[in-house]
Design a protein around this ligand. Sequence first.
Ligand SMILES: Cc1ncc(COP(=O)(O)O)c(C=O)c1O
Length: 294
Amino acid sequence: MNPTLFLNGQRVDAREARVPALDRGFLYGDGVFEVLRAYRGIPFALEEHLGRLRASATALGMSLPAPISRLRTEVALALDAAGLPDAHVRVLITRGLGDLGVAPANVRDATRMVVVTPLAPSAQNPYRDGVRAMAVRVPWRAAKGPLAGAKTLNYLANIQWLREARARGFDDAIVLGDGDVLLEGATANVFVVHGDTVTTPPLDAGVLAGLTRGFVLAQAAGAGVRAKEAPVSFADLWTADEVFLTSSVREVVPVVMIDEHEVGDGAPGRVTRALHRAYRALTPAAGSPMPWDD
Ligand SMILES: Cc1ncc(COP(=O)(O)O)c(C=O)c1O
């Protein structure tokens, strides 16, 4: 299905949409973005996503080319035009045109785009069966440095991790930094469960402040789960009863295998599901069947 696209405030046929070839987003990945989910046509956590978009832009020394209220309106217009009950919404801003060098100079005409696409159908049900992840070791600070917490357009490292994982027959990648401490997934945050305690790496480890991560941490107590933000060692990962990924698009996804090592009993766990239910309860899809029952 053709995505519904608003480019600089105008609805444009996605096949015809044009961005200047010298836009710094295209030349250097110089920009920021957000991906969120709409349930029953209603975007979930839109304000939080737009807030993070602004924070990511600030981290790059960019200002948003349109006020948040305008972006909010464009998301609503795009969702209306798409008419999809469940959808992905991507909001993207580039630094725009400027002198051709790497250092931003004479910058103007930022590009902004809102794209709505249907949720990709999948032959597998990761909620029912779990996913298999490959552990990737990276010198993380060297890879992303102070921008590790910003959602920038530069996803090359993440793309490489996923390419390698897929090439080896895995579904996903889990990233370990210096000293083999757990960081995050290629497009998700990671949680490990020991008994009734769930732990996720702290933000100062250099991970994205995932909004789903934040919601899951906040909901844990109500679901009878103790939640901690603390360093997670390789041993903690290997001895975990359950491991799961969180992201706005995929919500909460059980990991049942890391490399050749089975996680827990090799099936999606009780705590993962309890936290997924608690997360769902916050969304406009509250009360609908959980996706492992699909
Ligand atoms: C590297 C990375 N970490 C974490 C996340 C999860 O963030 P959120 O829950 O806000 O979608 C994402 C989402 O795309 C991501 O790309």
